[in-house]
Each structure stands twice: as structure tokens, then as C-alpha cells.
Design a protein around this ligand. Structure first.
Ligand code: CS2
Ligand code: MG
Length: 408
């Protein structure tokens, strides 16, 4: 069995999904997702110009060897562009492997450890009341776990914060203003004064049964994050996400010394080496990597096993920049992983998206049920893809009130 050709498509409804399709001599094909949010054409070029020419002629069943060949063969290792490209290849090869075996990918990993995988939804609001309505909406839909973000009084409308998350469900393409990405203003003092009590009010309104998650989106300094984590301990968060930028991994040790609030990190990580110290030193509780940015199923499985050794649970990234293909890859790992925690899930639910990526996977009442179709269980409609073209988009850039660039 040989790989005969592969093609890359960039585009989609409101997102520039980067979809790889690998064809084989047996007529079986596999699909993968290389969508690097707001830098989509880069993994697409990497695939087209460097990786696909090497793939043709290879045996698609040797997914481990192919992963090592590209990872080691690049000489310059890691990085989100390369890992997204390797990740797409890897997903497509597992898709092919499953189709050859006539089995869903979760069976190849070791079978199901649970019926449904718990999801968390994103509730957000321009102010706290708006946020309360959004939480109530997801609770009515059956979600047991909700991530909560709201605008901070005194910060410019949307405050560079609630919008950081509202924007996720919308279109980052809109963040381009004509002469650069949209600028959002941030004020740490106002956030630190407001948010802990807001979390308390949410607890009072929705009770202790709801799993409450909050994302700081890398905005705090280590001492501020330690103080924040300590202050919100009484509200018993399910997790506090990205309190500080994770390049400084010692900062997590500092936060840990001051609080037992569970910490979740890793959505910008792209290899097991980014996770290694945090997991081995028990500095985090949830690992947030994704199949797209962290090199596919082969690589994610290794991270999950390392995490399992240290009682760290999974909480994979699931922003809408991940196409239904990588969400399916993660769903198969979620079905199997003994140390599964939770999965982030943003309901795209558009008919356009379903038409582009037909599948039998189901999200129901806050749980994800993986389909039993062979492979990843998600297809890609090339004719539908013809309706879309690439549109450049950016993440907003955050600045403090005096103009200093801050962490978005
Ligand atoms: C966010 C992300 O989902 C999350 O937790 O932090 O949506 C993030 O803003 C985007 O993925 C950036 O591409
Ligand atoms: Mg996040």
C-alpha cells in the first residue's frame, strides 16, 4: 500500500480551515487538520512544498515512522507551523489505518473507557448579567461544566477580555481594521478587583454542582496570578486556565505554593517537551494541548500517557479554529484516555460546517459521543470546499492603558 497523492485546502465558513487529504493506492483516503489559527497559510505551504513530495510513495500504515521521519528530518524541531503540518499528516494516517482495519480510531488506541466525554461550553458576556444569561443558556442545554468570562467595569467596552472569548465564536478575520489587528485595552487592577467577586456571584446563582472554569488568557504576572488563585480558592473552580504566559514554567511553581486552585495550561504548546516539566513536577492539573498544534494523535497519545503517570488529566483545547477533523481526533483519544478530564467544545453547529465535514459524531447535553465509523469518522466534501477561499485574519493585540503591549 502506498500514498499516491495528497492535497491541501484552505477555507471554510468563517474560518480558514486547513484540510489535508491523503490518497492511497487502495482507494482509501484519510483527512487531517492543520489549521494554525490566523497563520493558516503557513502550515499549508509547509505541507505542499516540503512534506507532500516526501509522502508520495510511502506506506501510510507506518504512521510512527512517518512522524519520526518528518520530526527528526526537519533538523529544526518543534514550532507550531511544523507541528500543525505533521499533526495533519498523522491524523490522516490514523484515519487511513482505521479504515483499513474497519475500526474507529479509539479501538486502535485501546477501546472505550467511558460512554460520553464531558464537554465544557464558553459562556461570556459584556457584563456580569449578560454572562449570567449565557451560563443559564448552557445549563439549560445540559452542560455540567461552563467556562465563564465577562467584561470588566471600567475597561473599554468588551474590555479586551470578554471579547477575547466572544471573538472565538465569531470570526477573527473581523479583527483586521485596515491598518493592523484590532487593539484591545487591558487593566490588571480592575480585573483583579472585579473578577473574584464575580465568580462568587456566579457560584451563588448557579450553586456548587456546576463545574466552573475561568481563563485568564495569559494576562497576569506570577505574583498577581498567585494572589488571584488564592483568592478564588473559596469558589472551588474546576480549573483556572493560563494564569500566566507558560514560557516561564517556574511561575507555575510559585502559583502552586500559594494556592490549591486547579491549573490548566497548554493550548499554545506544541510538543511533549513543553509539557514535560509541568507534568513531572506536578505544577498543573490539566494539560490543554490539541491534536492540531501538538503534532497529531501519535504525539498527543504520548503526552496523555506522561500526564497519566502524574495524575494530570486531559482538557484538550477545542476553540472553533480546530476543524471537526481534529475535534474528531481528540474525541477518539477522549473516549480512550484513562486520565480524561474534560473537553472544550464550541458549538459551531452551522449547516455550512456540517456540509463541509459530514460526520456521525454527536454532542448531546454536554457530552460528546464518538461515532463507530471506521477511522476518524469525519469526511471532507471537496465540492463544498470550492465555495470558500482564504481570508487573512489576526488575533487582536492587547495594550495597557498607557500603550504598553501586553499578552493577548
Ligand atoms: C482560548 C482560545 O479556547 C480558549 O481557551 O484561550 O480560544 C484562544 O483565544 C484561541 O485559540 C487563540 O487562537
Ligand atoms: Mg484558553
Amino acid at each position: 500500500m502506498k500514498i499516491t497523492s495528497a492535497k491541501v485546502f484552505v477555507g471554510g465558513p468563517n474560518k480558514n480551515y486547513v484540510t489535508l487529504k491523503i490518497m492511497t493506492s487502495e482507494g482509501i483516503y484519510g483527512v487531517g487538520d492543520a489549521t494554525l489559527n490566523n497563520r493558516e497559510t503557513l502550515p499549508a505551504h509547509y505541507l505542499e512544498e516540503y512534506l507532500i513530495p516526501c509522502l508520495v510513495g510511502m506506506d501510510p500504515r507506518n504512521s510512527e515512522d512517518i512522524w519520526q521521519y518528518f520530526y527528526r528530518g526537519a533538523y529544526f524541531r518543534r514550532g507550531p507551523i511544523a507541528m500543525a503540518a505533521f499533526g495533519a499528516i498523522d491524523m490522516a494516517l490514523w484515519d487511513i489505518k482505521g479504515k483499513i482495519a474497519g475500526l474507529p480510531v479509539y479501538q486502535l488506541l485501546g477501546g472505550k473507557s467511558r460512554d460520553g466525554a464531558m464537554l465544557y461550553a464558553h459562556a461570556s458576556g459584556n457584563d456580569l448579567e449578560d454572562l449570567m444569561d449565557s451560563i443559564a443558556y448552557y445549563r439549560e442545554q445540559g452542560y455540567q461544566a461552563v467556562r465563564v468570562q465577562c467584561g470588566i467595569p471600567g475597561m473599554p467596552k468588551g474590555g479586551g477580555y470578554a471579547v477575547a472569548d466572544k471573538g472565538d465564536t465569531q470570526n477573527y478575520i473581523t479583527n483586521f481594521t485596515g491598518n493592523g489587528p484590532k487593539i484591545e485595552t487591558w487593566n490588571t487592577d480592575k480585573y483583579m478587583r472585579y473578577m473574584p467577586d464575580a465568580l462568587g456571584e456566579i457560584r451563588d446563582r448557579f450553586g456548587w454542582d456546576m463545574k466552573l472554569l475561568h481563563d485568564v488568557h495569559h494576562r497576569l504576572l506570577p505574583r498577581e496570578a498567585a494572589q488571584f488563585a488564592k483568592e478564588v480558592e473559596q469558589h472551588r473552580l474546576y480549573w483556572l486556565e493560563d494564569p500566566t504566559p507558560a514560557e516561564d514554567q517556574d511561575a507555575l511553581a510559585f502559583i502552586r505554593q500559594h494556592s490549591t486552585t486547579p491549573l490548566a495550561i497548554g493550548e499554545v504548546f506544541n510538543s511533549i517537551y513543553d509539557c514535560n516539566k509541568l507534568i513531572q513536577s506536578n505544577l498543573i492539573d490539566f494539560i490543554r494541548v490539541s491534536a492540531t498544534y501538538a503534532g497529531g494523535i501519535t504525539s498527543l497519545k504520548r503526552i496523555v500517557d506522561l500526564a497519566g503517570l502524574h495524575n494530570v488529566q486531559t482538557g484538550f483545547h477545542g476553540a472553533p479554529s480546530h476543524s471537526p477533523i481534529s475535534m474528531a481526533a481528540q474525541a477518539h483519544i477522549n473516549a480512550w484516555a484513562p486520565n480524561f478530564g474534560i473537553q472544550e467544545y464550541l458549538v459551531l453547529g452551522t449547516t455550512e460546517c456540517d456540509a463541509l465535514f459530514p460526520s456521525e459524531h454527536k454532542a448531546q447535553k454536554g457530552f460528546f459521543y464518538v461515532s463507530d465509523a471506521p477511522g476518524l469518522g469525519v469526511d471532507f466534501d471537496e465540492q463544498e470546499a470550492g465555495r470558500y477561499e482564504f481570508k487573512r485574519g489576526y488575533h487582536p493585540v492587547a495594550r495597557l492603558e498607557d500603550g504598553t503591549v501586553w499578552n493577548y
